[in-house]
Design a binder for this molecule. Structure first.
Ligand SMILES: [Ca+2]
Length: 463
């Protein structure tokens, strides 16, 4: 009898083992032991009390979505993986979380056949992992695949739409057969003396530990970041458009590189970011309407702990044109030299400092000698001064046609001359008076507007 009971117990335990090895999932849950898990229906929201729907905290796990979906409402993680190895997540759609899939302190994970749509970040990955046959898409550009503090990641056969790749302190990665907006994602690491031009038809360009590379004649818009330089030097980015991205162009720990004839407009965060990047040149480029997300510190150009960069002949027109963190010195103009500048003037010098409200420094500065260079320098901070800010040629308003006086050619007797002279004198006096009134009225208006602007500036600072 005792033996029979023991056999029964063993059979039950075996059955349980098999069941736990093939576990159906029909709601948000934690996975804390190895095995095969599969979704049996679409799931929404979070696991109660957590910021994720499915948490994986065990190694040797397969999560098979079976074609079903996880859907959030803009925050947290769809799938959160922590301290594991050999986890496979496959065959599902993850939508509308802040992070679609987050994999932390985990190695040898595989994300395969996953569609990540409208998450702020599709996949945030650390350590060595593989992403294959993944589709990351958004209605508007968001942060697609983010490789952080990791190495030896493989990204292959994937499609990034209104999305892209970002790497941060991540090396020895391989990216193959992956597109951004239908165009190749060009990821180069440890490459020297190379050109990425229009023949590459790149949709995004990422250079890690590269040197002497030219990136030119490309439209790198509607992605995470058009061009990213990480730990690279002597890179030339020329004639590139980087519009409507999360960020236009990003240089991190990169030096002696030049960005020229670039257009970076309407990026959600900054037009160009330099972090820990020295001795670069940014010239003859246009940065407008960046920073639409409205967070602090977004700007046309953001410099963080970056010094000795030369920034001149650029057109800035953003609510915040420049943001500087760290306060290191940079140079914002070249010596006044003859040559067409970015706003059509005849001298190269500094930059044009416009503002969407039309009252930027360059929009309103005085130019007493008419050389289209402001009388006063533009002071960003004590270490960052544009000594030769540019003035734009403003189209002259069409003058009001002066009524042509019809002279009376008839020789007049002397007595009629007196009233004529008097009339001219009166007319002249009236004209002077009218002009004076008009001038004072205009002065008042401009003064009023400047006051209004100061109020606005003050409000913005206080806020
Ligand atoms: Ca001047």
């Amino acid at each position: 009898m005792r033996w029979l009971f023991a056999c029964l117990l063993v059979s039950v335990l075996l059955c349980l083992q098999i069941v736990s090895a093939q576990t159906p999932i029909s709601s948000c849950t934690d996975i804390s032991s190895s095995g095969y898990y599969y979704l049996t229906q679409n799931i929404t929201g979070f696991l109660s009390g957590q910021y994720y729907c499915i948490g994986i905290f065990a190694s040797d796990v397969v999560l098979d979505g079976n074609g079903y979906s996880l859907t959030g409402s803009g925050t947290g993680y769809g799938i959160y993986v922590l301290r594991t190895s050999n986890v496979t997540i496959e065959n599902l759609t993850v939508s509308q979380y802040y992070y679609g899939v987050g994999v932390f302190l985990s190695s040898n994970s595989t994300l395969a056949n996953i569609t990540m749509s409208n998450n702020e970040v599709g996949a945030l990955i650390s350590e060595s992992n593989t992403i294959a046959n993944v589709v990351v898409s958004s209605d508007k550009p968001k942060e697609g695949i983010y490789l952080v503090s990791s190495a030896n990641n493989i990204i292959k056969d994937s499609v990034l739409q209104n999305s892209g790749l970002i790497v941060s302190d991540s090396y020895n990665n391989t990216v193959t057969n992956t597109t951004v907006n239908g165009k190749p994602l060009v990821y180069l690491e440890n490459v020297q003396d190379y050109e990425v031009n229009e023949s590459s038809n790149a949709g995004q360009v990422i250079l890690v530990n590269c040197a002497n590379i030219t990136v030119r004649n490309l439209d790198l818009s509607n992605t995470t970041v058009g061009v990213e330089l990480w730990g690279s030097e002597r890179i030339r980015v020329e004639n590139v458009v980087a519009n409507n991205n999360v960020g236009g162009i990003w240089l991190e720990s990169s030096s002696n590189s030049t960005i020229t004839n670039v257009t970076a407009n309407s990026n959600r965060y900054d037009g160009v970011v330099l972090r820990f990047s020295d001795s670069n040149t940014i010239a003859s480029s246009t940065f407008t309407n960046n920073g639409e997300a409205g967070l602090n510190g977004e700007a046309g150009l953001a410099l963080e702990s970056s010094s000795n960069n030369l920034i001149y002949n650029n057109y800035f027109n953003n609510t915040n044109n420049v943001a500087i963190y760290g306060g290191q010195p940079n140079t914002w103009n070249v010596t006044r030299t003859e040559g067409k500048n970015i706003v059509g003037g005849n001298y190269l010098g500094g930059n044009y400092w416009g503002s969407p409200d039309g009252y930027g420094f360059s929009d309103t500065c005085g130019d007493s000698n008419g050389d289209l260079i402001c009388d006063q320098p533009y002071v960003i901070d004590d270490y960052n001064i544009d000594y030769l800010p540019l003035v734009r040629i403003v189209a002259t308003p069409t003058p009001t046609p002066t009524p042509t006086p019809t002279p009376t050619p008839t020789p007049s007797p002397i007595k009629t001359e007196i009233p004529t002279i008097a009339m001219i004198a009166i007319a002249a006096l009236v004209l002077v008076a009218v002009v004076a009134v008009a001038r004072s009225a205009r002065k008042k208006t401009v003064k009023q507007m400047l006051e209004d602007m100061n109020d606005f500036e003050f409000f913005r600072r206080v806020r």
